[in-house]
Ligand binder design. Structure first.
Ligand code: MN
Ligand code: MN
Length: 462
């Protein structure tokens, strides 16, 4: 090798495509891992479903609901189910909690169309649902996409009826309509963000009237009759329901080479699944491992199932009670990977990215030092020392990783749960998977990155 090449190799930082750095066995493991991932995406389209699915998988691996009555030993596995919408899995470590806990946190809520509290109406002989979108959607993307209805009716007698319709073969689906181009000349003058308005995201749910010679709203009546037969509910029960329209499409491979996964809700169930599979494999770690699947990230993490709440502190408090540790000392010595997606470089929309600091699909899991916007507002900027620790951990384990900012300076920005955990005194950095078409009804990730995310989580918690 020439001097020039040798010195350049020593001094330059280069981040090659992960496939050029992986053997066939690793690639096979990545593809295999994503088979389970796609199954998880299909059965966990809401935070409630993701929580339930995660608990089923965890119980199979010996996780049990936490109770203060029991004394836990290293290697014991418990979970804290937060109202069925958020969950924390814990594997007790050899060391006391005040020596520090290794925390991973992903979110399991995704952008979608929530039904309003009084959603059902009839107009020009159609029955429809009014919706209020949840999270940062681009509204124009949601019409003419087949939708499924997920959620619950909570009734006054305390019972809860679970709803999932539009996922299984043969079940009906739903749709938001859009104008035909022939009559869209006025609508076409609107800006893209205004192309479809919030109050135009009305979901078509039926058109067949109840057969009677008199009366009005016969289509609505017929729908209520069907809902009453199936779920035992009346119109008033919508007042205490959480019902969500989500894309009905199934997760699938994308590309002739099957290197990509296309599906709804990969932000952030891609990190959630990677994290879950990692914590389920953790045996008896040196430090206690906590894996959180959080709700409400897409609307700012507020509320009792989001991470801008005391949920994590209470979990740490309970862990500390078990071995007589001090909670604040434990938090001060703890480390966290805030596991969320980043925007990957899109070949068609390169100009919103700054190439030297963008994340690329197939270049591995992304470490994001800070997110935020307008000059790093609204973020936790991880310390150099902590990023160095994570670099060392990833490199030692041979994990393919990259760095990435969320787009060019001042083009936009975003946030994660990192700052809420950092505010407790924990060292935190964002780590996750690059995504294309983030927040769209159908998002794209790369299999190699998904697998590297899982391996990173495991190395961090093991
Ligand atoms: Mn996210
Ligand atoms: Mn998001």
């Amino acid at each position: 090798m020439s001097d020039y090449k040798k010195i350049k190799e020593e001094l330059f930082y280069e981040n090659k495509n992960g496939y050029l750095r992986s053997d066939d066995e690793t690639v096979k493991q990545a593809y295999d891992f994503c088979e389970g991932y796609k199954e998880f995406l299909n059965l966990a389209k809401t935070e409630r479903e993701a929580t339930a699915a995660a608990i089923v998988l965890a119980e199979r691996k010996g996780f049990k609901p936490f109770t203060r009555e029991k004394e836990y030993k290293p290697g014991d596995k418990v979970y804290f189910n937060n109202r069925g919408k958020s969950v924390a899995f814990v594997v007790f470590g050899e060391k006391k909690a005040e020596c520090g806990i290794n925390i991973t946190a992903a979110h399991i809520d995704s952008p979608r169309l929530d039904l309003k509290p009084n959603p059902l109406y009839e107009d020009v002989e159609f029955a429809l649902f009014k919706t209020h979108y949840y999270g940062g959607i681009r509204k124009y993307q949601w019409p003419t996409v087949p939708l499924a209805l997920h959620g619950v009716f909570a009734k006054k007698d305390g019972s809860v009826v679970t709803v999932s319709i539009g996922e299984n073969p043969g079940e009906p689906q739903f749709v938001v309509n859009d104008l035909l181009p022939h009559l869209a000349s006025e609508q076409s003058k609107r800006t893209l963000s205004d192309g479809i308005r919030g109050e135009e995201l009305n979901v078509m749910i039926g058109s067949r009237p109840f057969k009677d010679d008199e009366g009005s709203e016969l289509v609505k009546l017929n729908i209520l009759k069907l809902l009453n037969e199936k779920y035992g509910i009346t119109e008033e029960d919508f007042l205490s329901a959480e019902l969500e329209m989500v894309p009905a499409a199934k997760a699938t491979d994308i590309g002739f080479d099957r290197s990509l996964v296309g599906a709804y809700g990969q932000d952030d169930r891609v990190c959630a699944y990677s994290e879950l599979m990692a914590v389920l494999d953790v045996k008896a770690p040196e430090k206690t491992a906590v894996a959180i699947l959080a709700d409400k990230e897409e609307i700012g993490s507020d509320g009792n199932t989001g991470l801008n709440s005391k949920f994590l502190s209470y979990v740490v408090h309970d862990i500390c009670l078990n071995d007589g540790s001090d909670e604040t000392v434990a938090l001060r010595h703890s480390s966290c990977l805030s596991a969320d997606v980043n925007a990957g470089m899109d070949p068609t929309f390169q100009d919103v990215m700054e190439k030297r600091n963008a994340s690329f699909l197939n270049h591995g899991v992304v470490v994001t030092k800070y997110t935020g916007s307008r000059g790093k507002y609204g973020t936790s900027d991880a310390s150099a020392e902590y990023v160095a620790k994570i670099r060392a951990l990833l490199d030692k384990a041979g994990i393919i990783w990259q760095t990435g900012e969320l787009g060019r300076v001042d083009v936009g920005g975003g946030g994660t749960v990192a700052m809420y955990i950092a505010n407790l005194g924990v060292d935190v950095v964002d780590l996750g998977v690059p995504v294309l078409s983030m927040h769209a009804p159908f998002e794209v990730t790369a299999k190699l990155d998904v697998y590297m995310c899982n391996r990173a989580m495991y190395e961090f918690m093991k």
